[in-house]
Design a binder for this molecule. Structure first.
Ligand code: PRX
Length: 649
């Protein structure tokens, strides 16, 4: 099924699913009337809603002002002092949750590690002490984390947060040039890594990648290495993770940080130029993720929560680590592929750890569907009570499959819309009150003023397609792009006056439900991850055999979107062995960016369709990539005949 089909199906989707009674009865929010009143109030006065939400976390000092807006610069809880790690750990020790499991980790080989809040706290304190005393790291310094999904990666994040070091987690699938760019942009003083990681039975040599990435970078003073395979002698700026923690006190006074102190940078793709270092702060972010996690996932003390995202993505930051631990929940993490070594691995893990809430991506659900109903059917899955999705629009077929085969019709699905930039979920059902429509993220969360507008920034009529915008700042929103405030303003706050521009197309139906259609810019969403076409193009043209390249997305039944590259080879490349060149270029992109950016197809051409002003007409390329008739207006094409030249080799 092509994506265009799925969008049409979504448009026709009329089914609704009321919250199951058994679920509603026990939910934090279960009275529709009360919900509507609270929601209306929060739309009129978002600041009061968030101020009340802020009372649910710990502050060393309360704020002087809840919100200061100097467009496009927002500040939340101004003058307040808090600490993210304190809220995720110490608070729970004080509330008697010390012996509760904070993390359940499973390795691909079946190894299991379980840490209570007390144990996690001690480990974080030891590392925080080591970072301060041995590496002289201090508040405001930056550190990169390039680690597999192991519990120590969470320790590193929280130890940084505890002392005010801004962390930048870089997904461990990125290759060394991508890591280097990010480390350099953030001027990281320390880099945390691991000798190896595991994926699909293979060993990933992470330390080797890091060594290449930071070679010659003078900003990096220390590379901290978690040695999993065997202990080797550390040389140069390398420091052994265990040595760093050894003999350090197991208590540590969390630094009292300004609410607006940056908690982390997270690099994400844009349409043009290098990845953007999205800046998130401490206080507002924590309020946003804590409140959304609690209400959207209806978190209860006995829940075992599993978000399958890697900590290299924002979903991992907000709903594996910060929002889940700040609510004192048990967070499951799994290092490995969800369908390895057998297609039912995900269901096996759910049964083994009695997971009650699972949060995953539509692309994963589609791959489970494809491998067959018999796999989830082999497992009980009776511990589950709520299902979630994130990352891309979910097609109704996948939604129904998830609902029936995984949730057995008794678990609501929360389809959560948000972005790296938004920090927390902005549009989502509240599972105890919202009637669900498959394929719709339903309504904005409390305090989130969302709208679909036309080119002029005016509200669209119900069911009329337009641009998704947010009309009032919210606490967890990005504050800027690191070292590029102009780009921040230009990208998010210039399209429509006074509104945050999401870059997504959407429509709202007659019930006020939002249906998100995906990106309207040249960003491809592959398996729920954003990739800038520009980055892949730069990687391609950096190869000596490539003169020009244009990259577009095409519908892909499994991944949401696949990557198609149109490449003009250099004269010197010749036409012999062009097929081989295709494979060489695919590997080249993997080497430059990482395997997530590997083009699915490379089409060689002698020219690219351009407008008279020299802009590549991507719309035409998208049609060709999707195997469709080229449609629409081609009158602005410099040379309409050019299209004939674009043919697969
Ligand atoms: O296009 C939207 C899509 O993913 C984009 C954000 O990507 P990223 O910053 O990588 O964050 C992904 C995880 C939060 C959005 O602009 N997207 C995300 N969630 C949904 C979605 N599209 C439709 N429905 C969703 N639930």
């Amino acid at each position: 099924m092509a994506q265009t089909d799925s969008i049409e199906t979504i448009l026709k989707e009329k089914r609704t699913f009321a919250p199951p009674e058994t679920f509603s009865k026990q939910a934090h929010l279960n009275n529709l009337e009360e919900y509507e009143i609270l929601w209306e109030q929060s739309q009129k006065d978002p600041v009061s809603f968030w101020e009340k939400a802020a009372d649910e976390i710990h502050w060393f000092k309360r704020w002087d002002k809840p919100f200061v807006w100097n467009e496009p610069h927002a500040q939340w809880f101004v003058g307040a002092k808090t600490n993210a790690a304190y809220n995720c750990l110490d608070r729970h020790l004080k509330n008697g949750r010390g012996n509760k499991l904070a993390l359940i980790w499973e390795g691909e080989d079946g190894q299991i590690v379980q840490w209570t809040y007390q144990e996690l706290h001690q480990r974080v304190c030891r590392l925080a002490n080591g970072l301060e005393s041995k590496l002289q790291l201090k508040a405001g310094d930056t550190a990169a984390i390039y680690m597999p999904l192991v519990p120590e990666a969470v320790v590193v994040m929280l130890a940084c947060a505890r002392i005010g070091v801004v962390h930048s987690v870089i997904f461990a699938g990125f290759s060394s040039p991508s890591v280097r760019d990010r480390v350099l942009d953030a001027e990281c003083k320390a880099v945390f890594t691991s000798d190896i990681g595991y994926r699909r039975g293979q060993v990933l040599e992470l330390k080797k990648t890091i060594d290449e990435a930071v070679a010659g970078l003078s900003c990096v003073k220390h590379t901290v290495v978690l040695q999993r395979r065997s202990k080797t002698k550390m040389v140069g700026r390398d420091v052994d993770y265990d040595d760093l923690c050894e003999n350090q006190p197991s208590s540590h006074a969390a630094k009292e940080l300004d609410a607006e102190h940056p908690l982390y940078f997270l690099y994400t793709s844009g349409t043009t130029g290098k990845p953007k270092g999205i800046v998130h702060t401490t206080g507002g972010y924590l309020v946003g993720v804590t409140k959304t996690a609690k209400l959207i996932f209806d978190l209860k003390d006995k829940d075992v929560f599993w978000c399958t995202a890697d900590i290299g993505w924002v979903t991992g930051h907000s709903y594996v680590v910060y929002g889940i631990l700040s609510n004192g929940m048990t967070s499951v993490i799994y290092e490995g592929a969800l369908n390895y070594p057998h297609p039912g691995r995900i269901w096996e893990i759910i049964d083994r750890h009695q997971v009650s809430i699972i949060y995953t991506a539509p692309t994963a659900i589609r791959s489970f569907m494809r491998s067959g109903d018999e796999h989830p059917q082999k497992y009980k899955l009776d511990s589950l009570r709520l299902l979630g999705t994130v990352g891309e629009p979910i097609n109704p077929e996948a939604w129904m499959w998830y609902y029936n085969l995984v949730g057995k019709g008794r678990c609501p699905i929360v389809d959560t819309w948000w972005q790296t930039e938004t920090g927390s979920i902005l549009i989502s059902p509240l599972p105890g009150v919202t009637a669900l429509k498959p394929g719709s993220a339903t309504r904005p969360f409390f305090g989130i003023v969302a709208e679909v507008v036309n080119e002029k920034g005016q509200a669209c009529a119900p069911n009329e397609g337009g641009y998704l915008v947010i009309k009032h700042p919210w606490p967890a929103m990005l504050r800027t792009i690191h070292r590029d405030p102009d780009r921040f303003k230009q990208q998010y706050w210039s399209r429509f006056k006074g509104m945050y521009f999401t870059g997504d197309g959407a429509h709202m139906d007659e019930n006020g439900y939002f249906w998100i259609k995906g990106r309207i810019d040249d960003v491809i969403n592959v398996s729920g991850h954003r990739l800038g076409t520009m980055e892949i193009e730069s990687a391609l043209v950096s190869h000596p055999s490539v003169a020009e390249a244009a990259v577009v997305g095409r519908p892909d039944t499994l991944k949401g979107q696949g990557i198609v590259a149109f490449v003009i080879p250099r004269e010197t490349a010749g036409t012999d062995g062009i097929e081989e060149l295709g494979n060489v270029l695919k590997s080249h992109v993997v080497k430059e960016i990482g395997s997530l950016a590997r083009p699915d197809e490379i089409l060689f051409t002698k020219a690219l369709p351009k407008t008279r002003s020299g802009k590549i007409m991507r719309r035409l390329l998208k049609d060709i990539a999707a195997g469709k008739e080229v449609s629409g207006d081609t009158t602005t094409l410099e040379n309409p005949g050019l299209l004939d030249i674009i043919k697969p080799n």
